[in-house]
Write a protein that binds this ligand. Structure first.
Ligand code: HEM
Length: 250
């Protein structure tokens, strides 16, 4: 029997996902509390993360495990470059640097790629399935909160490989099938899942590192109110296609 890694990942990272949703950064973002100064720093950090991730995925694209979840059509690096050019101007590269939390994340990507290559699956899963899920809603919020011109500054959330929500959902199904078809044993599936929990934390730390900038644009009492609210986790509910996901793995 094959391992239903897609369901395992979703279930065992559900708490970590809820924590990420409940970070001050995300809760403020969801309420439209964000400005270009904060958002461009966030985008710059994402650039360093995806540069590392996509460099390693490409390098290991013939690996028997990693190769199965490598879909270059969803690569984000080039889109992030467009956004950074919009926010920082032509010489954007000279103006950006990873925060310490971002550097820790980047180091971890290179470390697993070199020493435990199948764990790259966890890094790809957390980022890409996240971008294709909640990330799609964040695009709308970013556009209206910062009053961005059409097509500017949110290329990161834009997937040209898909023309509709349905196509994105279909791709997520394909991605989950690929996760379920990996030639791995139970022990490796567990390691990938544990790494995915860690990746959520690495992401959360990056957001946490940017929270200082938010306090400069929002009243402390408003921030305290936001922090006291708890968002119910999006992935703690059963997946709408749970039955199909199990069937696909059998
Ligand atoms: C406030 C921010 C967020 C919201 C509103 C949100 C919302 C969602 C929703 C609704 C889903 C379910 C999609 C589906 O069942 O098809 C989802 C899935 C997912 N999200 Fe988030 N999310 C947020 C933040 C994040 C963050 C920060 C990450 C990681 C960096 C992340 C990673 C994921 C992943 C990996 C999945 C796929 C879970 C699975 O089905 O295996 N999300 N998100």
């Amino acid at each position: 029997m094959s391992i239903n890694l897609a369901t395992k990942l979703r279930e065992e990272t559900a708490k970590a996902h809820t924590n990420a949703e409940n970070s001050t950064f995300m809760k403020c973002f969801l309420k439209g509390i964000v400005n270009e100064e904060i958002f461009r720093k966030f985008t710059a950090n994402l650039y360093f993360i995806y540069s590392a991730l996509e460099e390693e995925l490409q390098r290991h694209s013939n690996h028997p495990v990693v190769g199965k979840i490598y879909f270059p059509e969803i690569n984000r690096k080039e889109n992030l470059e467009k956004d950074l050019e919009y926010y920082y101007g032509e010489n954007w590269k000279e103006q950006i640097a990873p925060t310490p939390e971002c550097q820790t994340f980047v180091d971890r990507i290179h470390e697993v790629a070199a020493s435990e290559t199948p764990l790259l699956v966890a890094h790809a899963y957390v980022r890409y399935l996240g971008d294709l899920s909640g990330g799609q809603g964040l695009k709308t919020i970013a556009k209206s909160a910062m009053n961005l011109p059409e097509g500017k500054g949110t290329n990161f959330y834009q997937f040209d490989a898909f023309n509709s929500f349905e196509e994105i959902q279909a791709f997520k199904g394909k991605y989950r099938q690929a996760l379920n078809s990996l030639p791995i044993d139970e022990a490796t599936a567990q390691k990938i899942t544990d790494e995915a929990v860690r990746v959520f934390d690495l992401n959360r730390n990056v957001m946490h590192g940017l929270e200082g900038f938010i306090t400069s644009i929002v009243d402390p009492s408003v921030l305290a109110e936001i922090n006291s609210q708890v968002i119910p986790g999006s992935t703690e509910r059963p997946h709408p296609h749970a039955a199909r996901m199990v069937a696909a793995a059998e």
